[in-house]
Design a protein around this ligand. Structure first.
Ligand SMILES: *Cc1c(COP(=O)(O)O)cnc(C)c1O
Length: 426
């Protein structure tokens, strides 16, 4: 017997018992559609907190009132605005404050980190990454290899699912690391795969990488604000993520960067530098000779884009109130419920269309995203679903990605997803 029922009454009962139920009200639910919108793309663009406007307005007012003096006279002085985010973000990703900074955008940060942590030398020249990584990561990795004048085929090693399988086996990653041994310079993998929703054991991968003398970094675009991360304890050398997916911090919003404490005081590390990474005590003396700030802040190039950071601050304030423990508990329960609903709809419609879950069924191996393969129907099914007010995501040839976000999705949303999916089957 399952703990769940595919009924409206059951879903409403789950919502009534949900300790995070009041958080939904803190967000704007899209209303562009004639039908009620069922939003399942918090993994692509998180919804806008109602408080975002006030956080941004505060800085617009400061700009209007003070002009350039806002750098020092604004209530949250702009010259140090990013520091308002550090501690809350460190809590979200399980890091020490010195290991985290908010700056630039995600792909930019991946490049900056690889400049420091991918230093091919002698035999140790190869990067291990996942096959079919997010395109931006693929381009970044390829261009890093080329930047060092190395041959792609030989130096960028991809690890893929076995023939006929959808997921990458962790044991295959660990074995590949072992096999590459002293030729391996860097392991760079998405902590949660954007397509399948598979969550990797980042600690095991990090330890395996370190055992053979390689450095290890992760792209956490689909993990930050979704997974209960323990970046410091897991020991990876670096990571980066965007703030506009699960972290709800505005389209194209600022990115987060993690550099492990063990690299916090290594001024000799090669890096692309800018004035905002320079020791802040002497930054405004504007003298030659770069002296990096200790920790992740030493990778900053430019002064903070304050309006984007204000949006991030609004959202992190909500994360702080909700706490990652409660968010994680609801994530597993609600994703499990959505999985149950999809299985039920699949079984009831098996003559016409079935839905195969690509995402692991083990809650410890996934976050909030379910990727479902529609067998029997193609894009028309997804278009019909969209016409019914469901906002989900389609990937050719036949995969629908849905992510119930714990802060604003409800069990009732999951119930309706099932009903509308059944209705959309032609
Ligand atoms: C969303 C996403 C990106 C986007 O990168 P930007 O630089 O923010 O445009 C990159 N990598 C992964 C894995 C993503 O999921």
């Amino acid at each position: 017997m399952s703990q769940f029922e595919n009924s409206l009454a059951f879903a409403k009962e789950m919502d009534a018992k949900d300790p995070l139920k009041d958080f939904r009200d803190l967000f704007h639910m899209p209303n562009f559609h004639e039908k009620t919108v069922r939003y399942f793309t918090g993994n692509s663009l998180g919804l806008q907190p109602k408080s975002t406007k006030d956080f941004i307005q505060e800085e617009l007012d400061a700009w209007a009132k003070y002009g350039v003096e806002g750098h020092f006279l604004a209530k949250k002085p702009w010259f140090a605005y990013h520091e308002n985010l550090t501690e809350m973000l460190a809590n979200v990703v399980g890091a020490l404050p010195i290991e985290v900074v908010v700056t630039h955008s995600l792909t930019t940060n991946l490049h900056l980190l690889m400049v420091s942590f991918y230093q091919p030398k002698g035999k140790r020249t190869k990067i291990l990454c996942e096959a079919k990584a997010f395109p931006s990561d693929q381009y970044a990795l390829e261009s890093q290899v080329r930047f060092h004048g190395l041959d792609l085929e030989e130096h960028l090693i991809e690890i893929a699912p076995r023939a006929g399988e959808q997921l990458i086996r962790e044991e295959d990653i660990l074995a590949k690391i072992e096999e590459l041994g002293d030729e391996l310079a860097l392991v760079m993998i998405g902590g949660v795969n954007y397509y399948t929703g598979q969550l990797f054991d980042m600690q095991a991968i990090t330890e395996a990488g370190h055992r053979v003398g390689a450095l290890v970094g992760f792209d956490l675009a689909h993990a930050a604000g979704n997974i209960n991360l323990k970046l410091h304890d897991w020991g990876m050398d670096f990571a980066a993520w965007c703030s506009y997916k699960y972290l709800n911090s505005s389209p194209g919003g600022v990115s987060g960067m993690f550099v492990h404490e063990r690299h916090a005081n290594r001024p000799e590390l090669v890096r692309f530098a800018g004035w905002w990474g320079h020791d802040k005590a002497t930054r405004f003396l504007m003298e030659p000779g770069f002296q990096p700030m200790p920790g992740a802040e030493g990778w900053q190039l430019s002064n903070a884009p304050v309006l984007g950071m204000a949006a991030h601050l609004a959202s992190l304030t909500i994360f702080e109130k909700a706490g990652m423990d409660r968010i994680g508990a609801k994530r597993d329960l609600m994703t499990g419920y959505l999985e149950y609903v999809i299985d039920d709809i699949s079984e009831k419609n098996k003559d016409r269309c079935t839905f195969e879950l690509i995402t692991p069924r083990d809650p410890k191996k996934r976050g909030a995203q379910l990727s479902i393969m529609a067998k029997g129907q193609g894009k028309a099914l997804f278009d019909a679903l969209s016409d019914l007010g469901v906002v989900a995501d389609w990937r050719e040839p036949n995969v629908i990605r849905v992510a119930p976000a714990p802060l604003y999705n409800s069990f009732e949303d999951c119930y309706w997803f099932g009903q509308l999916l059944a209705e959309a089957i032609q």
